[in-house]
Write a protein that binds this ligand. Structure first.
Ligand code: SAM
Ligand code: DTB
Ligand code: SF4
Length: 319
């Protein structure tokens, strides 16, 4: 077996070197693969909200915790088309539909298939995040024209059981294998700031690195502490640890889109700018993530303008 380029020691050594050396390495890798200032814009929709049977300790949608969230049944197709049309008008190139399920039922799958077709008809890229997936369901989604399946590893295999008991890391990896086998692009990343160690973060990235097909899309979420969940009182992550983890992700995955995902509402503009320098080149735009707040378009617009970066098309079109 050929030896993989990256291992735990090498990743630790990267993170332990002077901050600016790490950033320079990441920025060089970034510039070799992407145009400077090129930012990807995606928009999220929660197509089924709350009452999830899983017990993910970070999640406002788990039925195991009382977070005061308003539950909503599966969205109808007209509402999906309206939300996707809005997203497109605001400059998003991909529409990501997530459901608070352990996995889709055979009753709901055809409805999601119809949503994917409708989103594709609008000329948008499609992504769904539906939880655990059987092999044949992945094939059905691929046939509908699905571009990406989002399924996060969220942390290392070792830390996983500290945050989720209702499923295993192996379950997650099986779904990723079904997605890859069906020929759908993988969107897979994790959450930082749940009390995991730096080694856990490295191990998560190395698990991603060892997948047979390198993920094209890697969301890095910062925990949004939600009252009522077991992680409500998690101490905030040091912003430099976030920036360094993004840099490491860029070095390990030079060609992937790295999305600075949940948690931007609690980040300063300066932290976000450092994340972009370290290699983040994708964002969720729109006031809402699934249930939590995301920066308003005006704030993102102002930040990207200050950085002379590529704005969503809507702003480019403004006189
Ligand atoms: N139920 C599906 C699943 O778990 O794969 C899809 C939806 S789930 C909400 C998608 C992702 O949202 C999770 O894997 C996690 O990374 C992220 N997430 C959920 N709650 C979060 C929070 N409070 N802060 C940051 N990220 C969160
Ligand atoms: C991902 O990695 N982040 C998104 C998307 N994939 C589905 C979800 C973020 C959820 C943040 C908490 C909320 O809005 O409920
Ligand atoms: Fe359910 Fe997904 Fe939330 Fe876990 S992260 S509780 S599976 S919606």
């Amino acid at each position: 077996m050929t030896e993989l380029l990256w291992n735990e020691q090498k990743c630790l050594a990267l993170l332990d070197q002077p901050f600016f050396e790490l950033i320079q390495l990441a920025y060089t890798a970034h510039k070799q693969n992407f145009k400077v200032g090129d930012m990807e814009f995606c928009t999220l929709a929660s197509i089924k909200t709350g009452a999830c049977p899983e017990d993910c300790a970070y999640c406002p949608q788990s039925a195991h915790y009382n977070t005061g969230l308003k539950k909503e049944k599966l969205m109808d197709i007209a509402s999906v088309v309206a939300a996707a049309t809005d997203a497109k008008r605001n400059g998003a190139k991909r529409f990501c539909m997530a459901a608070a399920w352990r996995g889709p039922s055979q009753k709901d799958l055809p409805k999601v298939v119809a949503m994917i077709r409708a989103v594709k008809d609008l000329g948008l890229e499609s992504c769904v995040s539906l939880g655990l997936l059987e092999a044949e369901d992945a094939v059905a989604l691929k046939e509908a024209g699905l571009d990406f399946y989002n399924h996060n590893l969220d942390s290392s295999a070792e830390f996983y059981s500290a945050i989720i008991q209702t499923r295993t890391y192996e379950d997650r990896l099986n779904t990723l294998n079904h997605v890859m086998a069906a020929g759908i692009n993988v969107c897979c990343g994790g959450i930082l700031g749940m009390g995991e160690s730096r080694i856990d973060r490295i191990k998560m990235l190395l698990t991603l690195y060892e997948l047979p097909i390198s993920p094209k899309s890697i969301p890095i979420n910062q925990l949004i502490p939600i009252p009522g969940t077991p992680l409500a009182e998690s101490p905030p992550l040091d912003p430099f640890e976030l920036i360094k983890t993004i840099a490491l992700t860029r070095i390990l995955f030079p060609e992937a889109r790295i999305r600075l995902s949940a948690g931007r509402e609690n980040m300063t503009d300066e932290t976000q700018a450092w994340c972009f320098m370290a290699g983040a080149n994708s964002l969720f735009i729109g006031d809402k993530l699934l249930t939590a707040k995301n920066p308003k378009l005006e704030r993102d617009d102002a930040l990207l303008q200050k950085l002379n970066m590529q704005l969503p098309e809507i702003y480019n079109a403004k006189p």
